[in-house]
Each structure stands twice: as structure tokens, then as C-alpha cells.
Design a protein around this ligand. Structure first.
Ligand SMILES: Nc1ncnc2c1ncn2[C@@H]1O[C@H](COP(=O)(O)OP(=O)(O)OP(=O)(O)O)[C@@H](O)[C@H]1O
Ligand SMILES: [Mg+2]
Length: 136
């Protein structure tokens, strides 16, 4: 599913729709450029799930938890082993939580088959192309 959002408000609307369609145990991999909107989308997704909305970029912390949502940013990690050290396998196998992962490339082979993949492309200052794959 391809979506063009022309503002953060439109990205919020999309994230709220997706929040209705995901469930505990899901893994959501967010791909795309720096500034593509992955963290912004995550903030709206967490809000759409009705959870506390203080999502920040976890870049320096790697992983944060908002209620039953894990938000992970692997940008600064360089190997799958490092991701295992921060507990990524436990997070993605936990059927009680939703795990959202920015910069997921290094752990792709650990994903469950059903992982939802979302690709963010920068079009211009306020416009993003957001492509969603595997949403059940
Ligand atoms: N249509 C849009 N959808 C989402 N974000 C948008 C949109 N238009 C502008 N933006 C802005 O783009 C920026 C996206 O930054 P964000 O931190 O979410 O990106 P990111 O993909 O998480 O980057 P990084 O790879 O550095 O973690 C925000 O400042 C946001 O306000
Ligand atoms: Mg980010």
C-alpha cells in the first residue's frame, strides 16, 4: 500500500489507521532515509494505540518502552550481535508487545515472517511517500 502524505497531520492519520490494524506480538520495521519520518510515525502510532505520547528519537538509548510498545533504533549499532545484546530477540518474540524498529537492516534475518515493513521516502519538506508491506 502506497501513501503520499503532504503534512505530518496526514502521516498522523495514516499511523492512527495502522494502529487499529496491528496487534500484540507484531513487529513493525521502519525503513528509509534520515528525516524520513520514522520516529514521527512511531509517535503517532503510540498515540493512536492510546498510550502515553512522549516518543523521542531513541538514537542514543537504542530502545525505549511506551506501555506495551518497544521502540528501537538500530542506527548506531553495527552488528546483529550488538542488537542481540540489547535484547532484540526477546522483544520481537514477545507476543504481548508490539516492537517498532528503525534502521532494522542488520537484524532482518531475525524477523518473524509476518513482520510489517514500512518504507519512508523524502519527497520534499512536507511530503513523504510511505509504503506499507505485509500488513495483515
Ligand atoms: N509528511 C510528513 N510526514 C512525517 N514527517 C514529516 C512530514 N513532513 C515533514 N516532516 C518532518 O520530517 C521530520 C522527520 O523526522 P523523524 O525524526 O521522524 O525522521 P526519522 O526517519 O526518524 O529519522 P532518523 O533516521 O534520523 O531517525 C520531522 O521533523 C517531521 O516534522
Ligand atoms: Mg528516527
Amino acid at each position: 500500500m502506497e501513501n503520499i502524505t503532504k503534512s505530518t497531520g496526514e502521516t498522523k492519520k495514516l499511523a492512527f489507521e495502522i494502529a487499529k490494524r496491528i496487534k500484540n506480538g507484531d513487529v513493525i520495521a521502519l525503513y528509509g532515509d534520515l528525516g524520513g519520518g520514522k520516529t514521527t510515525f512511531t509517535r503517532y502510532l503510540v498515540e493512536g494505540l492510546g498510550l502515553e505520547n512522549r516518543v523521542q528519537s531513541p538514537t542514543f538509548v537504542v530502545a525505549r518502552k511506551y506501555g506495551y510498545v518497544n521502540h528501537v533504533d538500530l542506527y548506531r549499532l553495527t552488528s546483529k550481535e550488538e542488537a542481540k545484546d540489547i535484547g532484540i530477540e526477546e522483544m520481537i518474540s514477545d507476543e504481548e508487545s508490539i516492537t517498532v524498529i528503525e534502521w532494522p537492516e542488520i537484524i532482518e534475518d531475525l524477523f518473524p515472517r509476518k513482520a510489517v515493513k514500512i518504507y519512508f521516502e523524502y519527497i520534499d519538506e512536507n511530503t513523504r511517500k510511505i509504503t506499507i508491506k505485509n500488513l495483515h
